[in-house]
Write a protein that binds this ligand. Sequence first.
Ligand code: MEV
Length: 314
Amino acid sequence: MIAASASAKIILLGEHAVVYGVPAIAIPVSDLRVYATVKPEPSGKGLCIAAEDLNQVLPVQVDAEQVDNALLLTVKLVLARLHVSPPDATIAIRSQIPPASGLGSGAAVSTALGRALCMMLDQPLSREDLNAIIYEVEKVHHGTPSGIDNTVIVYEQPVYYVRDQAIQTFSVGAPLHLLIADTGKGALTKVAVGAVRELVTQEPERINPILDSIRVLVIQARSAIETGDTRTLGRLMNANHMYLRELTVSSDELDQLVDAAQNAGALGAKLSGGGRGGNMIALVTPETCETVEQALITAGAVRVIRTTLEEESA
Ligand code: MEV
């Protein structure tokens, strides 16, 4: 059995602003994954993608000119890059990552699918090549993606990401204990990114200083992570959430969860990813973790995941 997988991701700071060249910090969530398994089929059967969670079976037609389905586009770009025809196989996709929730589900599905196809063909792609392909596919999901989601997911490592620059990682001076809480409301990143673009175009005098402030706080956050100053990091996360509210990408549900986490003793809390729904993150300590988790559930979180970025993991 050929099987491949890809992780979820969360953005610690800098989402949305990253589209405009501001740095952002993101980490993989390796416990939440998408799995792709390949079943070889008899000759002449062709290639099919079975999206099990969606109850969908998609036959692959590589000669189609316009491909606006992300799964089919992934297959088409991988086959074109390898200069091969589709194999006779069914690739089944199963995801643990809720879609439209800021956890990178789209990029993770495409990455797992691309990896499984390469394994089936016995032609591995470099991470750079796979990342470039998944970035093209992300344009279907996001319109004008910065590239942060595909990068953190394909490399599956913490990144300090600046658009169009070589990937940088960072050291971690003290473990970061995080809670990821789901509002249960899906929201399309493409819509939120489009709304911010409209603000940037229509009100540059008001919005550019906000983007500059986010730039400063992300740079400060990187050194807080490196020196293990989690109190400062928490304060910067709170400030980042306020700026994201001004960019109109928060929601009542996200604000409620952020308030609940802050009031229950989190060091910091903010929405994460595209916003307007989806997930928020809270920075906690082993001592406050339980209380903050309970507060998030009481405030309406439909699911809370714990994840830790360990000192040695970067
Ligand atoms: C989505 O996970 C992150 C955004 O900054 C969009 C992007 O960077 O492409 C909202």
